[in-house]
Design a binder for this molecule. Structure first.
Ligand code: SF4
Length: 501
């Protein structure tokens, strides 16, 4: 391995720790067979650039991200005859034909042939994220149909473009994986083509998830862990079970298994979940040991199916965030596509920055949309019976997984954009959080419900805060009472001479 690819300067603690394992060093290194083979790439490529952030002011343009509806990437396994090794094509405009500063659709299709099985596709796809971040001047976030790529002005000035990006990927797949004999890359930027490929990819993932839905944690051994995101979140360890896909949504239990079989020394490692310590929260002795080992002792316990106690950690590429809303004792969900503030006034980006980057943060967690389809989705906290808000497009996407009796009780941005509006909606719909949530998994009442009631003191304080103006509807929603109750109390205060109409 060339010296320049060894982490020479500052290494992340977790990386440094993993680096001590010779197998990990072998796995992570870029072998780059000949120096000459990289002469045609105008920017440096190496592990040291991973974690490089490209701010909006430094970017030439971006592909995908929240402003773009269709974006994605995928590896497809083909026969040797179907793949022309190192063929790279851009279908649609390359960066030099795009307006600087813009956000554009993209779909990266990597076709590989060799000693490979279709079960390895998702696993190989995860490398696109990883290797794009090895390119100086390129930044890659997320996975599947949620990707966000930025290319810097400096890289474009040096001559970097999508064609060369594709060349780096095609070369790395063959040089880094002896099992990959041939690789060709097609990068689509033509909007209709991107849409077509994204839709096809979504169908493919849905089919895989349906098959996996039959498996249970209790009957499955081993489980897997992944630390690929430790370069962004140094203590983060994804625990992957048949009922809890990885945060990024890109790796299910079956993918982690295929990944391990493909590369036994790679990022996906099997472990025995051991004894079940808490079947409701999802605490297992072997899972505790695994996160302790792979987080360098930073986290020692984990509840797989609760936002509270010892929650799973978040990295940076989760598909959505589950956030506790104390004012209603409920849980909100928001995905990357929804960029406006949620009812707690915080948008996805602000909450994402607070999820802890590998630390356990109660009540604020990144997770995958696949987890929302799991039988064990936040089961200790009441599951769907505790969800109070989510963006309408996300609700539509997950509608089949929401219990029928909850579908009209979960608010979206169409009904509630503030805590007051949310309270009012939940009261009207008689959402379980109002009177107390009974969790389906064991029939136990886990929340007390709102302390509904309004005292004369509280009402006087409210009137004072609102400079004598009182909106019955708003006031009732804020205190969790009916408008009639507010009116009755006002009349009493008038009769007592405390208030004047
Ligand atoms: S989110 Fe988890 S499974 Fe996905 S790449 Fe990161 S650490 Fe691995």
């Amino acid at each position: 391995m060339s010296e320049e690819f060894v982490m020479g300067g500052k290494r992340e603690t977790a990386f440094e720790r993993e680096w001590e394992r010779p197998e990990f060093r072998d796995f992570m290194k870029l072998s780059l067979k000949t120096e000459a083979s990289w002469d045609d790439i105008p920017v440096a490529v190496g592990r040291q650039f991973e974690g490089e952030r490209i701010r909006a002011s430094d970017m030439y343009c971006e592909f995908g991200g929240p402003k773009v509806e269709y974006k994605g990437e995928r590896v497809v396994i083909k026969s040797e005859e179907e793949v022309e090794d190192q063929k790279v094509e851009v279908v649609g405009p390359d960066v030099d034909q795009l307006e600087p500063g813009g956000s554009y659709p993209i779909f990266t299709l990597v076709e590989c042939a060799g000693e490979l099985s279709p079960a390895m596709e998702i696993n190989l796809s995860a490398r696109i994220h990883h290797w794009t971040n090895f390119i100086n001047g390129m930044m890659h976030l997320n996975a599947r149909d949620d990707i966000w790529i930025r290319i810097s002005k400096e890289a474009v000035e040096k001559g970097m473009n999508l064609k060369k990006y594709g060349t780096v990927l095609a070369r790395l797949y063959v040089s880094e994986f002896p099992r990959v004999h041939k690789c060709q890359v097609t990068i689509f930027t033509e909007p209709e083509k991107v849409k077509e490929h994204v839709e096809e990819m979504r169908r493919y993932y849905e089919e895989k998830e349906r098959a996996l839905a039959q498996m249970k944690e209790e009957d499955t051994r081993p489980w897997y862990s992944c630390t690929l995101c430790q370069s962004f979140a140094s203590a983060h360890v994804c625990l992957i079970t048949p009922e809890r896909p990885a945060n990024c949504g890109a790796i299910t239990w079956a993918d982690a298994k295929a990944g391990y079989e493909m590369e036994p020394t790679g990022a996906w490692q099997p472990f025995d979940p051991g004894e079940c310590l808490d079947p409701i929260r999802g605490e297992w002795s072997g899972a505790n040991k695994e996160i302790e080992n792979r987080s360098g002792g930073i986290n020692k316990r984990v509840n797989l199916h609760s936002l509270f106690g010892y929650p799973h950690t978040s990295c940076g590429c989760f598909e959505m965030i589950a956030f506790y809303i104390p004012e209603v004792d409920g849980i909100g969900l928001v995905d990357r596509k929804y960029t406006k503030p949620t009812p707690n006034k915080l948008p996805f980006s602000t909450m994402a920055a607070r999820t802890g980057g590998g630390m356990q943060v109660e009540g604020l967690l990144g997770c995958s949309k696949g987890y929302a389809r799991s039988r064990k989705f936040w089961q200790a906290d009441g599951g769907w019976y505790r969800i109070v808000w989510m963006p309408s497009h996300l609700k539509q996407e997950l509608l089949d997984y929401i219990p029928e009796d909850m579908r009209d009780k979960i608010a979206t941005e169409k009904e509630a954009n503030s805590i007051e509006e949310l309270k009012k909606f939940l009261m009207e719909k008689d959402h379980p959080v109002v009177k107390g949530v009974v969790r389906p998994v064991d029939g136990k009442k886990i929340t007390e419900g709102w302390k509904v009631g309004l005292t004369k003191e509280a009402l006087l304080e409210y009137i004072e805060e609102h400079e004598g103006e009182i909106d019955l509807e708003e006031c009732a929603a804020e205190f969790g009472v009916t408008e009639e109750e507010v009116e009755k109390l006002i009349n009493e205060l008038v009769e007592e001479g405390v208030l004047e109409m």
